[in-house]
Ligand binder design. Structure first.
Ligand SMILES: Cc1cc2nc3c(=O)[nH]c(=O)nc-3n(C[C@H](O)[C@H](O)[C@H](O)COP(=O)(O)OP(=O)(O)OC[C@H]3O[C@@H](n4cnc5c(N)ncnc54)[C@H](O)[C@@H]3O)c2cc1C
Length: 384
């Protein structure tokens, strides 16, 4: 007769291990629950979707609700088109409850490797999780990326990564520089302005910007529709729309790249800025734009064009890194030519899946998480 620990190992090694209980982890757990397939899920934090508890207060999804929900549970009719952060948190909690998703909380996986036919994940606390398949759902935004500049350590003001930014109220009356104009940087600058701070942006190069709603239609839906046409049509219309609706920001310090938004996304994975009001504030002169930082002084910043300006605080909206190499034993087949993680199935490592890393498809990450969770679950089911 098998001992309990042997039985546990055998049962575990016939099931799937999901690492991370953000939206991607919840999505694949929801799919496996639907198919009545066994799985275990671990999460380093103490709640599901912890990033959404942490994100800044004013955040609403930039993607529409019908294209942003998890599998088998649309958002409630009563919720608005662009879901507010706190409603999303409640939705993720309700999803976990409804689909009976009970992660092992407080478990940080520090190693994932193949042993024989099975996968073995080990936590920092020494727990061992054997599994037939592993689905990595640790997020594209796992580690904040914090560039270093000359003299940074001398700066007397506050320097904080956008990961820790909650509201502009804490900065009212202060001169604040937001470094980086991706979606987060653009919205944080707007939030700072609306909360009474003197907000500026430091912008590194040309940026594709699209309005969240264009000609009465969500830009996400338009992008998906245009992606079905030959590229030349979608790229031309997309670029034209951006020119017509956003206008020329070059007098304010922001150039438009030659490449169309859709093509840039397709080829480099760089998402255009989906504007929710920052552009108008820049045009009105309420948010100033500076070029790349050259170096820090004690109280001021020297920019690449020789301009020098004093600031009370710096918010680094400089993005994140998935940092998969920190725990994956083998990188075979993991990264593509742009250095981004492969999506869904790692062909070179049977039984290993990645969910939540598709930066190339128009429509947003939540939509691709829903789509790919289905592909992964179907693939796992075919091997059961
Ligand atoms: C500010 C912001 C706004 C966004 N808005 C939109 C939007 O409008 N529409 C859209 O489609 N997408 C949006 N996204 C992108 C994306 O949908 C979200 O980042 C989403 O949370 C991704 O889900 P995820 O599960 O892949 O990653 P995460 O939410 O980051 O979840 C990963 C989980 O893995 C856990 N974890 C990490 N490492 C380990 C480990 N070693 N061991 C155990 N657990 C671990 C983490 O604690 C976390 O809970 C936005 C992203 C950001 C940052």
């Amino acid at each position: 007769m098998l001992r309990f620990d042997e039985l546990f190992l055998r049962m575990s090694s016939e099931s799937t291990l999901i690492i991370g209980a953000g939206p991607a982890g919840l999505a694949i757990a929801g799919q496996l629950h639907h198919l009545e397939l066994p799985y275990q899920i671990v999460e380093q934090a103490s709640t599901v979707a912890p990033a959404w508890y942490r994100h800044y207060d004013r955040l609403h999804l930039h993607t529409v609700k019908k294209l942003s929900h998890l599998p088998h549970k649309p958002f409630a009719e009563s919720l608005p088109q662009y879901i507010p952060r706190e409603d999303l948190v409640a939705y993720f909690e309700a999803y976990a409850k409804e689909k009976e998703i009970n992660p092992d909380f407080g478990v940080t996986i520090s190693s994932v490797k193949k042993e024989g036919q099975n996968w073995v994940a080990t936590s920092t606390g020494g727990q061992v999780y054997p599994a037939k398949q592993v689905v990595i759902c640790t997020g594209f935004n796992r580690k904040p990326h914090e560039p270093q500049w000359k003299g940074m350590e001398r700066f007397k003001g506050k320097i904080v990564h956008s990961r820790f930014y909650k509201t502009g109220k804490a900065y009212a009356g202060q001169k604040v520089l937001v470094v980086g104009m991706g979606n987060t940087g653009a919205e944080v600058a707007l939030d700072l302005f609306e909360c009474g701070a003197k907000a500026s942006l430091s912008v590194r190069g040309p940026i594709n910007i699209v309005r969240r709603d264009t000609f009465g239609r969500p830009v996400q839906e338009t992008a998906i529709l245009l992606s079905k046409f030959p590229h030349v049509v979608g790229d031309t219309l997309g670029k034209l729309t951006s020119i017509l609706t956003v206008g020329d920001l070059s007098p304010h310090g922001i150039e438009r790249p030659d490449v169309a938004p859709a093509r840039q996304l397709r080829e480099t994975g760089k998402t255009p800025v989906i504007d929710v009001g920052t552009v108008d504030r820049i045009k009105a002169g309420d948010i100033r734009v500076f070029p790349t930082i050259n170096s820090f002084g004690e109280e001021d910043i020297l920019f690449d064009n020789g301009q020098r300006e004093a600031f009370d605080a710096i918010i680094l909206a400089t993005g994140y890194r998935p940092a998969l190499s920190e725990f994956l034993d083998s990188e075979e087949g993991i990264f593509d030519g742009n250095g981004y993680p492969a999506n869904w199935k790692v062909e070179a490592q049977p039984g290993l899946y990645l969910l939540g890393y598709d930066v190339y498809t128009p429509g947003g990450l939540l939509l691709s998480i829903r789509r790919d969770s289905e592909r992964i679950a179907t693939d796992i089911a075919s091997q059961s």
